[in-house]
Structure formats: structure tokens, C-alpha cells
Design a protein around this ligand. Structure first.
Ligand code: PLP
Length: 403
């Protein structure tokens, strides 16, 4: 067909896109997908055939990232109840967590959660989902007898939600025991695996139903894209129910963010190894400083959850926090003297990030919850990066000298 100028600007009449096989994953930045045959499109619409229709629903780059996360969470677990996993990618970790709760719980249902929860998850449950009749039971997940009591006596409990290691006190919770309690009572278990990443911890090995991530963090690793992921072993539920929530809530990721995530995941193993070895050295260094009253790092034998972390994790991760004897004022002073570490929220990036939970990530969390779970005014959280560890320790040492 001979086209006029205006049409040639818009169209590519002599070019098909399947002209080459890219070595790296392509960013498929297309809103919609076209077909030659209306029957083929109908079959996909009716769910009789797989295919891409519209990028809010699914997209080739997004699917590549989803498949990689599912493969990593299930790596080596093939023999665990013939485990098969399906992941769905979202616009953020909160998008994934919201979709997890919305797709599995209904008005009247209750979910058991810990007090040391990511601030956003706490607020989502207490401020938003509570308006839809979903009740969070915020309790001490380490007290297994109490969890057993609540779980078996309250028929409205539908889920135990675990974040381990947790934010910002690096407490660890026993995934296997909590799973056993939940399964006895026909309840679901979901784990926020953001701090550990699938390299360090694979909750499906213990029988959990879902894993969620803020893939903004270690999975991406470079601090350049926001995304979240929900992984499940009930493939039908992930393909139909979760898909329905994702496409109707519009909590989808984008091709570009998915691509950045895909690039980041290529170095997950080597990054995590360096994060772990740097964090242990920094924790030991901080532990020897007289201005610090407590270092929370689950890799230290003195940490109350060290043995549990050793059991359910391959290594101890890059996250730690510490309490300054001088409280809030000392914390502010320390942050003013930091030169290398970035003062910012977020975590899991190649560079070291430092923050003050009481005035930053946990500012929206009720004071009594913060007090009860050790989120003190003098607590500083560190996401130890992969820089040369001597430079990280120098920076922290100089700032501590200055307070
Ligand atoms: N879960 C944890 C443990 C987090 O630390 C965060 C964010 O910091 C989230 C979930 C939420 O993730 P996002 O910021 O990608 O929405």
C-alpha cells in the first residue's frame, strides 16, 4: 500500500518487529499488542490461549521479571510438594502487599501480624484495610504459645503475616513454626522477604503460601526503580484471582521498571555476599563503640535471634540498626556528620543508606507500638552497601567521634 507522509510518520510499513533476537531482554514499551487474526485475540480474551493484550494486564518484559523472581524463590525446592510458583509484579511493594491482603481476605477476616512491621504495612492495615472490615491483630510473633492460642481460638483469623528479618529492629521470626500453627488451623501464611531476598531465605521451603517483596530493594539493588512482587504456589489463584485484582486495581508495574529489576537481579548473588560480609564487619565495629548501647544484627552471636536466623537463612543480610546512648539529639548529630553514607529512606542498594526510623520510616506508626517493639528515638538504621567496608567504618567512626 502506498502511504502518504502523515501515515509514514506513524507506521512502519516494511518492518516487522521480530527482525532480530536481542541478546539482552528488550524493554517492550507498548501499551497494547496487535494481532492479524481477530479469532486469536478473542481466544486470548476468553482465557483459552496465552498472549499479551494490554500492558496493564501483562507485558513481555514484566513477565520476564516475574518468571525470574518465581525461579529464584523456588530455586532448589522442586521436590518440596512438587512446588511450582507464579509471581506477579506490581508498581511497588505496597501494591503487592495491598493486593495480597485484598485478594485473600474479606470483611470480617483477621490477620496476625508482628509489631516490628514495615511502617507502610502497619499503616495499610490499621488505617486503610481496617475500613474494609479487615482487622490486624498486632502481637508478638515470637510468643508461639500465644500465637497458637489466638490462631486456634478465633475462627476469623485467616492469615499469619510475617516480615523476617524485620524493620527496623532486625528481629527474626520462626517461619517453620508459625507455618505449622497456621496449617493446623487452616490459615494462610505470607512472608515479606524483602530484607533477606531469595538468596538468603526461601520461605516456600517451610510451607508458606505467599511471599511478597519490595523489589525496589535488594532484588533491584541499584535504587533506580520502584516495584513489588507477590509470589504464590496456588497457580490457579495467582493466574485468575490475583490477576483480576492487579488488572482492576491498576497496580501493575511498567516495562521500564521491570527491565531495571531484571538487570539488577543478575548480580543478586554477588551483591548479597558482599552486603553480608560488610554488614558483619560494620556490626562488630559498632558493637565496640562506647556511645552505642545496642547493635541489632542477626549475624552477631549476641543477637537474640541469631540461632533462628542461622537456621532459616543462608547468611545474615545487609541490614542492621543501633541504639545511641544519647537518644534523639545524638542521632541528629550523627546524621549531620555522616559524609559517605546516604541519609535517605529505602534500603538494599549498592550504596550504604542511613536513616532514623522514629522521624522517617516509622513516623506514622503509633508511639506505643514503637515503644513496645524497641523502635526508640535513638535508633539508627543502616543498610550496609557494597562499598569498601573500610570507608563505611571510617565514615561511621568519624561521625560517632563528633557526637
Ligand atoms: N516491605 C518492606 C520490608 C519495606 O521495607 C518496604 C519499603 O521500605 C515495603 C515493604 C514497601 O515497598 P515499596 O516502597 O516498594 O512500596
Amino acid at each position: 500500500m502506498d502511504l502518504h507522509f502523515g501515515s509514514l510518520c506513524v507506521r512502519n510499513p516494511n518492518t516487522k518487529f521480530d527482525f532480530a533476537r536481542p541478546h539482552m531482554e528488550p524493554i517492550v514499551a507498548s501499551t497494547t499488542f496487535s494481532y492479524d487474526d481477530p479469532e486469536a485475540l478473542m481466544e486470548i480474551f476468553l482465557g483459552e490461549k496465552k498472549g499479551f493484550i494490554y500492558s496493564r494486564w501483562s507485558n513481555p518484559t514484566i513477565e520476564l521479571a516475574e518468571n525470574k523472581v518465581a525461579a529464584l524463590e523456588g530455586c532448589g525446592l522442586g521436590n518440596t510438594e512438587n512446588l511450582k510458583l507464579k509471581a506477579r509484579l506490581f508498581s511497588s511493594g505496597m501494591g503487592a502487599i495491598q493486593t495480597l491482603f485484598m485478594s485473600t481476605l474479606k470483611p470480617g477476616d483477621k490477620v496476625i501480624v508482628q509489631g516490628t512491621l514495615y511502617g507502610g504495612t502497619n499503616e495499610l492495615l490499621t488505617k486503610i484495610l481496617s475500613q474494609f472490615g479487615i482487622t490486624p491483630l498486632i502481637t508478638e510473633l515470637k510468643n508461639l504459645n500465644e500465637i497458637e492460642r489466638i490462631s486456634s481460638s478465633d475462627k476469623n483469623v485467616k492469615m499469619i503475616y510475617i516480615e523476617t528479618p524485620s524493620n527496623p529492629t532486625i528481629d527474626c521470626y520462626d517461619i517453620e513454626s508459625l507455618c505449622q500453627i497456621a496449617k493446623k488451623n487452616n490459615q494462610l501464611v505470607a512472608v515479606d522477604n524483602t530484607f533477606a531476598s531469595p538468596y538468603l531465605q526461601q520461605p516456600f521451603a517451610y510451607g508458606v503460601d505467599f511471599v511478597v517483596h519490595s523489589s525496589t530493594k535488594y532484588l533491584n539493588g541499584h535504587g533506580n526503580s520502584i516495584s513489588g512482587v507477590m509470589v504464590g504456589k496456588n497457580i490457579d489463584f495467582m493466574e485468575k484471582d490475583v490477576f483480576q485484582y492487579l488488572k482492576l486495581l491498576g497496580t501493575n508495574s511498567s516495562a521500564f521498571d521491570s527491565w531495571l529489576l531484571l538487570q539488577g537481579m543478575k548480580t543478586l548473588e554477588v551483591r548479597m555476599q558482599r552486603h553480608c560480609s560488610n554488614a558483619l564487619q560494620v556490626a562488630e565495629f559498632l558493637g565496640a563503640n562506647t556511645k552505642i548501647s545496642r547493635v541489632n544484627y542477626c549475624g552477631l552471636p549476641s543477637h537474640p535471634d541469631h540461632l533462628l536466623a542461622k537456621k532459616q537463612m543462608r547468611d545474615f543480610g545487609g541490614m542492621l540498626s543501633f541504639d545511641l546512648k544519647g537518644g534523639l539529639e545524638a542521632g541528629k548529630k550523627l546524621l549531620r556528620h555522616i559524609k559517605l553514607c546516604s541519609l535517605a529512606v529505602s534500603l538494599g542498594t549498592v550504596d550504604t543508606i542511613i536513616q532514623h526510623p522514629a522521624s522517617m520510616s516509622h513516623v506514622g506508626v503509633a508511639k506505643e507500638i514503637c515503644q513496645q517493639y524497641g523502635i526508640t528515638d535513638g535508633l539508627i538504621r543502616l543498610s550496609v552497601g557494597i562499598e569498601d567496608v573500610k570507608d563505611i567504618m571510617n565514615d561511621l567512626g568519624n561521625a560517632l567521634d563528633a557526637i
